[in-house]
Design a protein around this ligand. Structure first.
Ligand code: PGA
Length: 241
């Protein structure tokens, strides 16, 4: 796992956007694994700007998002589908039919999860997976656990994650308690993984991810065994390394 440290959060995000842009330049129909949360927003902003300037063409790009809340319809203000539309897809020349987010309202969530993995496989696998990291080490909604879950699955969201995400809702009670998420196996199968973390709040978990035990208790720590995983950090997130 390579670690790249930048002076500021904006520089780290711009560097990640450049990595994504170069992937698309190399492979115009690249399959991108995308993430939600606050951290990737500046990455998406930079990609939108590159699109406006005509530097990247998204028309053949395909995307699969990591996760979705169970129970939120695609048009719910806090759904990850809506987030992706508003933060990225509505502003670039991507074909929305080529953008996938797991459904959190499918009648059969297990079948939906299995179909999601099949769709990724049919697309040829994920070329580049973008990740954030939770303060508890989660990637996607793979929360600390006793094993590394392989396939896309339904999870109970950890209480600490509910608290962390409450800022996006009117109150913590409104945060869904379950989600559909790509498994650790799905993330590890991506040909390249880029994790972005900024701010001193992430420093302890980055320290555990890089230098602690590789354990399902810190799900991101598995990335040490990925042959092509990079951490992009600002100085604060790297503060305890
Ligand atoms: P954040 O979330 O980017 O909003 O900090 C990251 C995550 O929970 O994966």
């Amino acid at each position: 796992m390579q670690v790249h440290v930048f002076g500021g959060a904006d520089e780290a995000a711009r560097a990640v956007a450049m990595v994504i842009a170069s992937e698309i330049l190399k492979k115009p129909d690249a399959v991108l694994g995308l993430a939600t949360g606050s951290t990737p927003v500046p990455v998406y902003r930079a990609l939108i700007e590159m699109g406006r300037q005509g530097l990247i063409d998204f028309s053949r790009v395909r995307t699969f998002n990591l996760d979705e809340y169970v129970g939120l319809s695609p048009d719910h203000p806090q759904s990850y589908r809506r987030f992706m539309n508003e933060q990225l897809f509505d502003h670039i020349n991507i074909n929305k039919a080529n953008t996938r987010v797991p459904s959190g309202v499918a009648a059969d969530l297990r079948a939906e999860a299995a179909a999601y993995d099949r769709a990724i496989e049919a697309a040829g696998g994920i070329d580049l997976q973008l990740l954030g990291i939770g303060v508890n080490g989660h990637i996607g909604f793979n929360e600390p656990a006793s094993a590394f879950p392989h396939a896309t699955h339904v999870v109970d969201i950890a209480p600490s994650t509910v608290q962390a995400n409450a800022r996006f809702f009117d109150n913590a009670d409104e945060v869904p308690r379950r989600a559909v998420t790509l498994g650790i196996g799905g993330i590890m199968a991506a040909r390249r993984v880029v994790l972005l973390a900024v701010g001193r709040g992430k420093a302890p978990v980055i320290q555990k991810t890089v230098a602690g035990d590789a354990t399902p208790d810190v799900p991101a720590s598995i990335l040490r065994f990925h042959p092509n995983a990079q951490l992009f950090l600002d100085r604060e997130a790297a503060g305890l390394l």
